[in-house]
Design a binder for this molecule. Structure first.
Ligand code: PEP
Length: 267
């Protein structure tokens, strides 16, 4: 089985809704069908921008998909300020980020909550993009693989093999996010490969072969080719570089070119 590469742009808490619409239009113009034929391109705007972005994607028949950056573990009720899975599903979201390190750090989200959010996403046919990754201290102690495997185990508690296969895992070392300090392709492959092995142990080889695993952390057009050339890296979760239409579309095109050249490495 060949896994379809995914490049997902995490716009974080940036842009007004007017700027978000402008960005998605620019991306639509910059990304040819030849890229979409190979790479799935997703944008993850802030909540208020989901409806206008969705409208532009639909009315202008752009081939990107959209998703959200977080969701509540509950499906509705008295949870002021939160946004539920049913709301995101009604907005046509395909993906939702879960367990991003900025949520873990600034909102004190632990693995139990991340796991509840994974289940909330799956209940509403949203694909969770489950983020794991170590901080600098853990990396310096050489415990990054065990740390990420433990996060994955906890975050995927009681998720069935079929649900795991349909999910996306993102390895995002915290020390590489927004710092300009990208993991080397070897570092990224080491952890992504270990995560795939862990999925095989928890589930089975078919599930491990199907689940897509992304790398995230200071990915740019200039460094994406070497990362996605690695056998267990099926694309990228991109923060800063996704806010620049030229840079992001170049990054997607380079990924497509890399896959066109060597699809069997990722199967
Ligand atoms: C992210 O926020 O998921 C991310 C990878 O950010 P950046 O690309 O800016 O490091």
């Amino acid at each position: 089985m060949t896994r379809r590469p995914l490049i997902a742009g995490n716009w974080k808490m940036n842009l007004t809704h007017v700027e978000a619409v402008e960005l998605v239009r620019k991306l639509g113009a910059a990304l040819p069908d030849a890229v979409h034929d190979v790479v799935e391109v997703a944008v993850l705007p802030a909540f208020p921008h989901l409806h206008p972005v969705r409208t532009v994607l639909a009315t202008e028949q752009l081939r990107m998909v959209h998703g959200a950056q977080d969701l509540a573990p509950q499906d509705g009720g008295a949870y002021t300020g939160d946004v539920s899975g049913p709301m995101l599903a009604a907005l046509g979201c395909r993906y939702v980020l879960v367990g991003h390190s900025e949520r873990r750090e600034h909102h004190h989200e632990d693995d139990a909550l991340v796991n509840a959010k994974v289940h909330a996403a799956l209940r509403h046919r949203l694909t969770p993009l489950v983020c794991v990754g170590e901080g600098l201290g853990v990396r310096e102690q050489g415990r990054h693989v065990e740390h990420c495997r433990a996060q994955l185990d906890a975050d995927l508690t009681a998720v069935t093999p079929a649900q795991v296969a349909a999910s996306v895992i993102a390895y995002e070392p915290v020390w590489a996010i927004g710092t300009g300090r990208v993991a080397t392709p070897d570092d990224a492959q080491q952890v992504c490969g270990a995560l795939r092995e862990r999925v095989a142990e928890r589930c089975d080889a078919a599930t491990a072969g199907a689940v897509r695993i992304l790398y995230g952390g200071s990915v740019k057009a200039d460094n994406v080719a070497e990362l996605v050339a690695r056998p267990d890296i099926d694309g990228a979760l991109v923060g800063g570089a996704s806010l620049d239409a030229d840079e992001f579309s170049r990054l997607c095109a380079i990924t497509a070119g890399r896959y066109r050249g060597s699809t069997d490495e990722h199967s």
